[in-house]
Design a protein around this ligand. Structure first.
Ligand code: ZN
Length: 86
């Protein structure tokens, strides 16, 4: 297939000053985000196997969606989603 026919890449823009983290066994594209309402730091990342995204906050852990993913334009509920982080 010619390169020009490749699907346009979706870009997710991380906030200025975002700290990127190394992959671990299950997760890639990992980065830290700061809470707007407290001094907590959450980790957003993409699951290597399922290709969905997750967050370390209680909202995502309990309900599989949260405002952090929503703010980044990343789908919730463990929907696979490919994006380029910038
Ligand atoms: Zn979250």
């Amino acid at each position: 297939m010619p390169a020009a026919a490749a699907k346009a890449q979706i870009v997710v823009y991380t906030p200025p000053g975002t700290i990127k983290l190394a992959d671990n066994a299950q997760w890639t594209n990992r980065f830290e985000i700061r809470s707007e309402s407290s001094n907590r730091v959450y980790v957003v990342s993409q699951n290597k196997a399922g290709r969905h995204w997750g967050c370390s906050c209680m909202g995502w852990i309990r309900y599989r969606h949260c405002k952090h993913l929503a703010a980044l334009g990343i789908p919730a509920n463990m929907k696979p989603f490919e994006a380029l982080l910038k």
